[in-house]
Unconditional design. Sequence first.
Length: 343
Amino acid sequence: MVAMKFTIKINGTIRQAMEIIDRTALGLTVVESSDGNVIGVISDGDIRRALLAGMSLDDPVKPLINREFVYLPPSASRAEVLDLMQARRIRQIPIIDSYGRLGGIHTLHEILGAVERPNWALIMAGGKGTRLRPLTENVPKPMLKVAGRPILERIVLNLISYGIRKIFIAVNYLAHMIEEYFGDGSRYGCKIEYIHEDKPLGSGGALSLLPELPKHPLLLMNGDLVVNVNFADMFEFHEQNGFYATMGVYPYTHEVPFGCVNIQGDRLVDIEEKPLLQKTINAGIYVLSPKTLAAVPTNTFFPITALFESAMENGFHCGGFNIESEWIDVGMPQQLKQANGVI
């Protein structure tokens, strides 16, 4: 979030707007009312077109103001910022609070300039999504859209926003659609390689097909998750605690749709109407130390939970990292509807 002075009052001149754009090198200036509320923006292109149309540097900026501009609230995550930049093909997004005040400007350089991490990510995207048919008859489940963008693309953008630049995608069902959409990853500023599963390998089997062993902790995650994870915090949690493997976990609440009773012998002692059951669930996101890959059988069906179970049985310490953002596993039509309602 850029913090330089880049605003101009509504009664300012084109010359003043040009000076701000030149000083900040942002390509735009934000226009404020006399009481400090944001009215709109003016880009360097707006100024060029005005000068070519015969306006002078001392003319007021008011006719140039673009009042229909893209902005985000301060609460927007890095992935959401990058997502919007990619969708609208823009490089700057003002941050405006609920009072209409400017809090800063997100720039593409700032978002992609996050410290590049040496960690790799492997996304599991080979499932057939049979529970989502007919939606998945001609589209792989990770390519179903949430708010106009494929779930898998949202995951890739989130990874990139936290500095992960090497991403593997395990594919099987309709693999060509995923490969054609993402290519080598260059348009996202990362490198994407594909792992082809000739047969279903479960949630962890594709780890054995990596072209080489990672030198740093590896992120593994399912390709059908709608979630914005702070991966920097997750890696730090894993490494600072020296865990063998870390599982992302999420609090899950289920309302029993019936009244529940407690009985002692033949006597009814308690009635609880539609109680809430709370559990902590596996969120399908993992950080694995490089040495864990030795426990993965080669090209064999292998659920990743088996790795955790074996590790704990053998005395290795495993961690549970709390996922704090909204988390949706898009496995059935209702979850897809829920995801489109959340985003």
